[in-house]
Design a binder for this molecule. Sequence first.
Ligand code: NAD
Length: 429
Amino acid sequence: MKQEIKPATGRLGIMVVGLGGAVSTTMIAGVLSARKGLAKPIGSITQMATMRLENNEEKLIKDIVPLTNLDDIVFGGWDIFEDNAYDAAMYAEVLKEKDLLPVKEEMQAIKPMAAAFDHNWAKRLNGVYVKQPATRWELMEQLRQDIRDFKATNNCERISMIWAASTEIYIPMSEAHMTLEAFEAAMRADNTEVISPSMCYAYAAIMEGAPFIMGAPNLCVDIPAMWELSKKMHVPISGKDFKSGQTMMKTVLAPMFKTRMLGVNGWFSTNILGNRDGEVLDDPDNFKTKEVSKLSVIENIFEPEKYPDLYGDVYHKVRINYYPPRKDNKEAWDNIDIFGWMGYPMEIKVNFLCRDSILAAPIALDLVLFSDLALRAGMDGIQTWLSFFCKSPMHDLEHEPTHDLFQQWRMVKETLRTMIGEKAPSYLD
Ligand SMILES: NC(=O)c1ccc[n+]([C@@H]2O[C@H](COP(=O)([O-])OP(=O)(O)OC[C@H]3O[C@@H](n4cnc5c(N)ncnc54)[C@H](O)[C@@H]3O)[C@@H](O)[C@H]2O)c1
């Protein structure tokens, strides 16, 4: 049945947590350049991908569902450093100065608001432009005020918020995360051990009716209390952790081995990375959050309990090494030990010289635009169809996540088709 989708009228405010980061400034520069016709939005599903309809007609996704036009976007957000988006992009050194100059003035006008930050949650960072609230509750109230002010000042009809800030330290789910009541009590009691700054941003966004996307592997919205809040407020939430490079590759290769019934007994992934993200992840507590996110992928795809002869004993190791000379140009190596007919071993080596933020920027844009669409289509709670973009897809306690990139892509198309009351074509999808 066709869903009622409100049109994408007016302006959409994209509020980015970590406004001065590499992913964030690369996304902003790309959108502003695309608007001027200076660059193509390469890697963006919302801008470039097509989809087949029931009658086999193939159309651009943005011509099938009503997405916000890039011309109607306004950027804002928060950072722990006061630099404007242009200076921050120059610092990040992802894009060349020649590519930033045509959008310099617009980027200079994008200035962060003071951040909700706690050094204990990101020990390698020293925030200088941060709020000084008495409690986590007050911090969240200040963020809500920021959202309202930004919306009014920029004449936005809707807001979508995305976390593209540093990864917080790993914490397990605890009592305070299980119900909204317990969560709110912990915020009021200023329990800084269980309420992270990212949770304050998310709570504030949801309360203001803005979808929230978690681009890092932080626990944040991945807790029953937030699922409850997002349902109560009728707001979509999604995450976690942009699926950009090495993990994207894994979620394509692993389904191939499984489809051909080839065995795997070892998968070693390592990479070197020299940007600020790499520096933060150099702290063991912050790396742990990322490691958990990266490790879950293979087991989910291989289903060792179903195929013990093929995947019953896979040794999986993930390493991230902070190596400053490389900056944002990550280099990743994978060694995969596989086996075939009669158990004969084979090896595959993948060496991906990628650009982290070049891969992540279109993912961030797509997540924001699809979340805004979901809001207008009346969808709320966890958006499992957006797993396609995430390393560690969110799911409730009754469901399993899906990591296989092709299954995830099918979920995206199915959801979009359902929105407009269409069915899949019968032959080629
Ligand atoms: N680049 C990728 O391919 C990729 C892939 C998956 C996930 N991620 C995640 O996305 C996030 C951003 O990555 P990046 O490369 O842009 O990192 P980055 O270090 O360049 O940017 C992070 C920004 O967040 C700011 N920040 C930190 N804590 C903050 C807070 N509490 N409030 C507001 N601002 C805060 C920092 O000052 C910095 O400007 C990281 O968590 C990273 O793990 C990135």
